[in-house]
Design a protein around this ligand. Sequence first.
Ligand code: ATP
Length: 220
Amino acid sequence: MDCIWQRRNPSLMHALGIYGGTFNPVHFGHLALARSLRDTFALSEVRLIPTGVPPHRPAPQATPTQRLEWLNLALATEQNLISDDREVRGKGVSYTFDTLTEIQQEQPHSLLVWLIGGDSLAHLPSWYRWQELLEVGHLVVANRPMFSQFPELISSELAKRNVPASPESLARGKISVLPLPLLSVSSTQLREKLAHGEDVSELSPIAATLQQSGVYSRST
Ligand code: ATP
């Protein structure tokens, strides 16, 4: 691919999609977002990175290994969406800044195109080294129901950095909004339905596996 961002950044040979999350457990929204990231920016690879110990929330009921295995099941038939187990293997809390910096060091010629949802963006100012994080790669935000209002700090970053969601606009320090209709599915909703023994086949590609595991059958 030879596009404008490569001509502007001749040392960057490749753009790599990064999508981190708890995936507790994986749902159709996660897949739709990852596919849209891949297709909108013509990425040859999107890595989905389940967190080991998440910094901003209580430990999930499912173990990191379970969440990773379920994610792999969900990705088995997907093109160019692959899991990355570095945070699951890592000990201690996983910070996005550290993960992105590590990947950037491994792939110095790649532009990292990393995705978060609107709820995560709203809380970004509480993240470790969040301002430096914005400079590491190109941030892509997925709109999420209930999260159209952002704190002033975030609104001003968006106003400064916003560029269209297209391969030609890719650049470090920029932010784009993913052109995808709102998806109301969440892992919380999935866990609640599983806890009530309800059918979740419309929410997750691995519904039967989740039901059989019993991991979420008692609590959310
Ligand atoms: P929970 O309900 O447990 O908070 P979740 O559904 O938000 O989980 P995560 O694995 O925590 O799932 O999400 C990973 C990333 O994907 C986060 O940045 C989150 O904002 C984003 N995301 C997840 N689901 C959606 C969705 N339906 N729309 C937009 N963004 C989403």
